[in-house]
Design a protein around this ligand. Sequence first.
Ligand code: SF4
Length: 432
Amino acid sequence: MKVFAITLGCKVNQYETQATLALLEKNGYQLTDHEADSDIIIINSCTVTGVSDQKVRQTLHRARRLCPGGIIVLTGCMPQAFPEESALLTDADIVVGNSNRSMLPALIQRYLLSRQRIVEIQPHQNGDAFESMQVTDFHERTRAFVKIEDGCNRFCSYCIIPTARGRVRSKPLDELKAEIAALDAAGYREIVLVGINLSAYGQECGLSLCDAVDAVCSAPGISRVRLGSLEPDRMDDATLQRLAAQPKLCPQFHLSLQSGCDATLRRMNRHYTADEYAALCSRLRDIFPGCALTTDVMVGFAGETDGEFQESLAFVRQIAFAKVHVFPYSVRPGTAAAGRSDHVTAAVKEARAHRMLAAAAELRADFLNSQLGLVCDVLFETRCKDGSVMGYTANYTPVHVPTDRDLQNRLLPVRLVSVDGDRCIGELCSGI
Ligand code: SF4
């Protein structure tokens, strides 16, 4: 039987889809890149916003239309966070959450024998172990995502993720080392460490994110280690100094901000102030010269006044991020903020998102222009429609080089000569 997978959401979901496909392949299933050619379609869902839920429903309908006689599997955060609603999505023949994916081969066999719909969503329990998974092949990707942490204990008032993902649990170091050794042997040169709350890695077992970074950096063939999204409140000075001791660590930090206004941060149950966040950014820029700081900002959170939004906008400009992802607040049922009575209107959210995006675009242009004239190592990934070959620098600047040469998976010095939209144009240094 042929299996096709659709991943919605974050890098952790992308990793888990790869792990699920590897498990099914091990159980004798074939993988296909063509949805219409498949017998089984796996939809790995996201539920971080209301729009995500809509996308899951649309993807389910489309899969059923394309594969009327096939087996449709719904898995991931949506069924885990909203089991009752997901059980009613009859386009799916099998519905599982995100804590018992390893049961999928057995569930598919069960369905094939009985043709009875299966809804099997195991609730998260405190003390759950990290679900053991290994990925040694990331399809056509040059960079390999490796999930090392799951769950979150923070309960930011707008966030459904702790419900969808359970409590913090971490991949044991020996499992991580074995997985990295396999990815190294497979020729991967860059590893991206990801988690639901990556900064909390090891919190429950006396380890820290630095232990994981050291373990990955010790792999001889791995040239670069990149960190996924980070929470500011666990990035203390000892952590920064230890990370700085690793020359393979990429100087790019995606530090989730959400708001630059203290009053809004308090309503969000975020445990830092704008000043503390700014101080951390200065420390990072001192310790990692030339690093890129990127972030997520929410606009239109419950109770956000025009003045508070203005404060947040000014703060984003002050930090001068290299990239800003802007999210209009989406009310999630079951979260602390959902029951508030001071929600702002959709029109206000849209207007604020528009203004924050405009600021983000200016900052992005400033950042790309600030890279011009530098000579940076670029890990080349793909050839683009315009014939150029693209890759990223260590601080995650996208670079395109017009060349006919096959440079995939090569790490080469490039001079950045111009900016073209959301990318830099580069030329290979002489003699390369
Ligand atoms: S830290 Fe906050 S925003 Fe991030 S996953 Fe945890 S609860 Fe959600």
